[in-house]
Write a protein that binds this ligand. Structure first.
Ligand code: AMP
Ligand code: GLY
Length: 370
């Protein structure tokens, strides 16, 4: 089997690593990939734009790709699944409209409200003055969110009205996220511990993965700016069996029913970012793909041929073995100094093969080159 993986981060490295272990797989192409992926048996990276859907489609047709897995959200939100399916190609991920679950926070919150998925109470605004009036009236800690994709930076967790209005100013007047901020959500600020729970679905059924928790703050002791993730671990002890069952029944089941009621096909990964409040788990956000770095701690715990499961979900009939190791996994991200602000590129990284040779230790790359 010939597989295409779209993306070039740690998530795509762990996916390529696991997929290429399958005896069914002959070749894994990864676009753009990275030098860690390039060094894997059976894997070849193509240094091209992983967001260029026409290029990816052309590539998949020319190279007779049997199955495509998409790592990041951008190609999904741009409609890669619709394009591939229209040519009869097998691809894992939700269609363009269903990807709005991640691509538009307004769409996602309204979907949650309609299908009674537990989430913070909220209002939507497209007018600066009305948003500020609302903040004055609520007079409690609020969270301000830009509607569209903002590389994980479009959320402001605020302590009081002054800070909340400044966030609205940044998004709506300064337009720091461009068109992604033409609508905003103002929602109740929840408190509790956060955890993520992912599932794979063929559109009808879903299978839940072990829980994970990512670590967003850049520096030690949960300090510093938020990043794409400085590490993760799995399982997250806060997600006990009752909370997992609660999430399955109150989040994943209504989500799939809602998608079907709207006539949308969702075959792929569902990622629920949860806050475990005193009233139980509430959804902070959905992603329509594996999390990164969460994938780096979840996928190594999978015991079996992941190709069968991912491909069967894409085909609309989940099958294969769904077994998970009891071992816990932890991931620590090493990034160039200065990240998530500006940082030096092109530095040599030494000692990776020694690290990777340690027992039960894997080195996954993101954005590296030889
Ligand atoms: P999101 O992209 O919506 O998951 O938000 C990013 C981060 O902002 C989350 O991981 C939380 O730490 C925080 N956050 C989002 N919504 C809320 C909320 N309603 N209450 C408290 N914190 C929140
Ligand atoms: N680690 C969070 C995400 O992948 O969105």
């Amino acid at each position: 089997m010939r597989i295409l993986v779209v993306g070039g981060g740690g998530r795509e490295h762990v996916l390529c690593w696991k997929l290429s272990q399958s005896p069914q797989v002959g070749t894994v192409y990864c676009i753009p990939g990275n030098s860690g992926i390039e060094s894997l048996d059976k894997c070849t990276c193509i240094n091209s734009d992983g967001d260029d859907i026409d290029f990816l489609l052309d590539f998949a047709i020319k190279e007779a790709i049997d199955f495509t897995v998409v790592g990041p959200e951008a190609p999904l939100v741009k409609g890669i699944v619709d394009s591939f399916r229209s040519k009869g190609l097998l691809i894992l991920g939700p269609e363009k409209e269903a990807s709005l679950l991640e691509g538009s926070k307004v769409w996602a919150k309204e979907f949650m409200r309609e299908f009674k998925i537990p989430t913070a109470s909220f209002e939507v605004f497209d007018n600066y003055e009305k948003a500020c009036d609302y903040i004055e009236r609520r007079n409690c800690p609020l969270v301000i969110k830009a509607d569209g994709l903002a590389a994980g930076k479009g959320v402001f967790v605020t302590d009081g009205p002054g800070e909340a209005k400044e966030a609205v100013n940044q998004i709506m007047k300064e337009k720091v996220f461009g068109a992604a901020g033409s609508q905003i959500i103002i929602e109740e600020r929840l408190s509790g511990e956060e955890a993520s729970i992912l599932a794979i679905t063929d559109g009808e059924r879903f299978w839940t993965m072990p829980s994970a928790q990512d670590h967003k703050a850049a520096y030690e002791g949960d300090t510093g700016p938020n990043t794409g993730g400085m590490g993760a671990y799995s399982p997250a002890p806060v997600m006990d069996a009752d909370k997992i069952r609660f999430t399955e029944e109150n989040v994943f089941v209504p989500l799939l029913e809602g998608m079907k009621k709207r006539g949308l096909v969702y075959r792929g990964i569902i990622y629920a970012g949860l806050m475990i409040t005193e009233e139980g788990p509430q959804v902070l956000e959905f992603n329509v793909r594996f999390g990164d770095p969460e994938a780096q701690v979840i996928i190594p715990r999978f015991d079996g041929d992941i190709t069968t499961v991912l491909k069967s979900a894409a085909g609309g009939a989940l099958s294969g073995e769904w077994n998970w190791s009891d071992f816990a996994a932890v991931c620590v991200v090493m990034a160039s100094g200065g990240y998530p602000g500006s940082y030096e590129k092109g530095k040599e990284i030494k000692g990776l093969s020694e690290a990777g040779a340690l027992p039960d230790t894997f080195v996954f790359h993101a954005g590296t080159a030889n």
